[in-house]
Design a protein around this ligand. Structure first.
Ligand SMILES: [Zn+2]
Length: 464
């Protein structure tokens, strides 16, 4: 023990008394750690979501691109097909499964934001459950650490489809981080130089402006995304592995035993031709991955290669151009919730070109309550009476939120209509078709709002 203490004292003395070598050679100032530099940063919600992009990532890795991945959650909810672990323990297992899946492809720079799984189609619930501010702070930090040329993420929007709120939240956060990480006054403690040796607070990162952001949608429809970005065949053969990209993606997916053991066991019984048919079918990767160009700050064509126009080196910070707010009448009723959020989001982030359904759409489970969120705006100088009526398909019943209301002068109030949806018999084999729901608001004998929604009833969906 005494000997150890003497040694420690000696090394401390040595450390503090090192002679300045400035007289001979200049000291190189520390720079960013090159091991963490990425060309592509993939931002997704759950372990296994990376599968939406792995056939493309395998191709990019062939071209010597460096890839890093951020997951929003550890995927602690849902069934465990491989063991008894549930909840947070399941999340701990799934973190390893996701890391293993990516290691299979050669990707090791992987982080988790620490959000919690949120079973809903409403992005606002996911953002609340993920501690939006904290998650954004961490994602901005990871963008500054990895300095990606391109961010790849879920399309922020709501559609008929799986439409997972967590998937949307990853796309919202990735877009926000794209627009903030280059801003030296956003989370400035991250980009400040250290004030002392072993600085414990300030991070000494640099602002980083990512050059492009691309999205992949979590929607059933494909029509409105076609031609909005590049397509990448999943059938082409990898230069490095001599396997088709879909096969590399499937091999990577094998790590997700807790989510897909029964499926993977089935695959193990199939021959190669059957596996290929399945992996390149509509319920899997189809023939090609389709991306939607969100923004490019370096030019290039919409459907051109992801790296078109990108040259090495930093580009200046580009503050997003905010489109002007559309003129609003003095008294109005509009769709609220995620729908109005996304309209504002597209405007705030220079994404007004981003495909979105008109009228808005959603798939809902039969025999549940559908909520239509509304904003009631009264910019006039006096209290106003409004009446709200819903026109619904047969068998759908408005339970609350229709009738007469007042809204005080100069106020914006949230309201909602609740509709009981009819049950769908389990033996019903009809392909579901969207039906139209409309809401009309009147005041003083004039219509002040007309809202339409396309709603598809299904046997199972995530809650609204
Ligand atoms: Zn997911």
């Amino acid at each position: 023990m005494k000997r150890f203490a003497t040694q420690l004292l000696f090394s401390l003395l040595l450390f503090y008394s090192m002679p300045g070598k400035a007289a001979q050679e200049p000291t190189a100032l520390p720079i960013a750690d090159q091991r963490y530099k990425a060309d592509i940063l993939l931002v997704v919600a759950h372990p296994d979501d990376e599968g939406a992009a792995t056939p493309y990532l395998a191709r990019a890795l062939d071209d010597h691109k460096r890839v890093a991945v951020v997951f929003g959650t550890r995927g602690s909810s849902g069934a465990n097909e491989a063991g008894a672990e549930q909840a947070a323990a399941l999340g701990a297992v799934r973190e390893i499964e996701a890391r293993n899946a990516l290691t299979t492809l050669g990707i090791t720079n992987v982080w988790f934001l620490g959000g919690k799984d949120t079973a809903s189609q409403n992005v606002l619930l996911s953002l609340a459950n993920w501690d939006h501010g904290e998650s954004l702070e961490q994602l901005v930090r990871l963008v500054r650490l990895t300095r990606p040329e391109v961010i790849l993420t879920f399309l922020p929007g709501t559609f008929i489809g799986e439409d997972h709120g967590d998937h949307q939240a990853s796309g919202v956060l990735a877009t926000e981080a794209f627009d903030l990480a280059g801003d030296p006054v956003a989370f400035p403690e991250q980009v400040a130089g250290p004030t002392k040796r072993l600085e414990p607070y300030l991070e000494n990162l640099r602002p980083w402006q990512t050059k492009k952001i691309y999205y992949f949608p979590d929607a059933d429809r494909e029509d409105i995304f076609r031609g909005k970005g590049p397509d990448y065949s999943v059938k082409e053969i990898s230069k490095s592995s001599k396997l088709p990209y879909w096969r590399m993606a499937l091999d990577s997916f094998r790590s997700h035993q807790t989510q897909a053991k029964s499926f993977l066991d089935k695959v193990a019984q199939m021959d190669e031709a059957q596996i290929e048919k399945m992996a390149t079918s509509d319920s899997f990767w189809t023939e090609a991955l389709h991306f939607v160009l969100g923004k490019s700050l370096v030019g290039g064509s919409v459907a051109g290669d992801v790296f078109e126009g990108i040259t090495p080196g930093a580009i200046p910070f580009a503050r997003p151009e905010i489109s002007p707010e559309p003129a609003k009448p003095e008294l109005s009723v509009e769709l609220g919730g995620p729908y109005s959020f996304y309209a504002e989001f597209r405007r705030a982030h220079g994404l007004t070109h981003l495909p979105h359904p008109e009228p808005p759409e959603i798939a809902l489970q039969g025999h549940t309550i559908m909520v239509i969120p509304l904003w009631v705006r009264n910019r006039t100088a006096k209290s106003q009476e409004i009446s709200i009526a819903a026109s619904l398909p047969g068998g759908w019943t408005a339970q609350s939120g229709t009738g007469k209301f007042t809204v005080a002068a100069k106020q914006v109030a949230a309201a909602r209509i609740e509709i009981m949806l009819p049950a769908i018999p389990e033996n019903d084999t009809k392909k579901p078709e969207p039906q139209e729901v409309s809401v009309r608001a009147d005041s003083n004998g004039q219509t002040i709002g007309e809202i339409k929604l396309r709603v598809e009833l299904r046997k199972r969906t995530l809650p609204q």
